[in-house]
Design a protein. Structure first.
Length: 155
């Protein structure tokens, strides 16, 4: 498993233990079991790198202020695209939506077309979004992941 996109927090401690958060990219996060905490073998198989004797002690859902994007993503990926407006894509709010519409990308399927023309390449797609509608890295990453996951589900 590639571990290049796994993020690690700084270590912190209380009087008994040392802690650190491990943030997995979405493609790895969906492999984490929700029924139990992982054994060392399980988390190492995902590509998590820690010194020996670290223990998986908690699962953490996204922060409450992030749930609207996460819900927007789940809603988009849950059904066929049809005539959904560009603002239904995760990462695309009112401001970016207006910029995309002004550039001729009024529907989600038009943005999907560009995503496919760029061969689903994340770096190229995010650069295109930056150039086309001044999307920041989080907005373009959210939109990329939304389209990627939709393609996995429907194409």
């Amino acid at each position: 498993m590639p571990s290049a996109n796994i993020q690690y927090s700084e270590k912190y401690s209380d009087k008994n233990y040392e802690y650190r958060h491990v943030i997995l990219p979405p493609d790895l996060a969906k492999l984490v079991p929700r029924t139990h905490l992982m054994t060392e073998t399980e988390w190492r198989n995902l590509g998590v790198q820690q010194s020996p004797n670290w223990v998986h002690y908690m699962l953490h859902s996204p922060e409450p202020h992030m749930s609207s994007t996460s819900q927007k993503h789940r809603n988009f990926v849950a059904e066929p695209m049809g005539e959904k407006p560009v603002t239904d894509l995760a990462g695309i709010g009112e401001v970016l939506g207006k910029r995309l519409i002004a550039a001729g990308f009024d529907k989600a399927y038009v943005v999907l077309g560009q995503f496919l023309v760029l061969k689903k390449n994340q770096e190229l797609f995010q650069e295109w979004m930056k150039d086309t509608c001044q999307a920041n890295s989080k907005q373009s990453a959210d939109c990329y992941q939304c389209l990627h996951d939709w393609c996995e589900e429907f194409l």
